[in-house]
Design a protein around this ligand. Structure first.
Ligand SMILES: Nc1ncnc2c1ncn2[C@@H]1O[C@H](COP(=O)(O)OP(=O)(O)O)[C@@H](O)[C@H]1O
Ligand SMILES: [Mg+2]
Length: 138
């Protein structure tokens, strides 16, 4: 990737249309970093689900993205942060098919499958932070 390209950014989610915009931000960042089309699609799909969760359950929030460097790999980290109702039982929320809404309950488990790492921190009444990472051999 080019030295002049930004290595991080953030995007505020306040409307349904921001789900579409967040997809574009993530697609551009992942493509610029050098991910192949298949991985770009995986990352964009996960970002779409996690942005959708912010919009549906918390109404608003922020997505941060940043480039990671380990010794041998580059990666992309996406953080989805909201001050919504929180998730009372994270283990349950991670089960395929579990939904408190009208969803399919595949957003969180699907995102974990599509990415290399997914961690959730959540406090009821305070909010939720979901961090996902995808790695790419240099
Ligand atoms: N940001 C969030 N804030 C509060 N609850 C959430 C959030 N994201 C997910 N959840 C909870 O976890 C459940 C599972 O999420 P997900 O796997 O995306 O399925 P779905 O959105 O289809 O219900 C949701 O039904 C909801 O109860
Ligand atoms: Mg969902």
């Amino acid at each position: 990737m080019n030295e002049n390209e930004p290595h991080q950014g953030e995007f505020r989610i306040t409307s349904e249309n921001d789900i579409v915009m967040a997809r574009k931000v993530v697609r551009d960042a992942a493509t610029t970093l050098g991910f192949g089309l298949t991985d770009v699609t995986r990352i964009v799909t996960a970002a779409s689900e996690l942005t959708r969760n912010i919009y549906h359950y918390a109404k608003s929030g922020v997505m941060h993205w940043r480039v990671l460097n380990s010794g041998t790999e580059n990666g992309l980290e996406l953080t989805f942060e909201d001050q919504g109702p929180g998730i009372p039982d994270i283990e349950k929320a991670m089960e395929p098919g579990f939904s408190t809404g009208k969803g399919l309950g595949m957003g969180l488990p699907g995102s974990k499958r599509l990415m290399d790492e997914l961690t959730i921190e959540s406090t009821v009444g305070k909010g939720t932070t979901v961090v996902v990472r995808k790695w790419m051999r240099k």
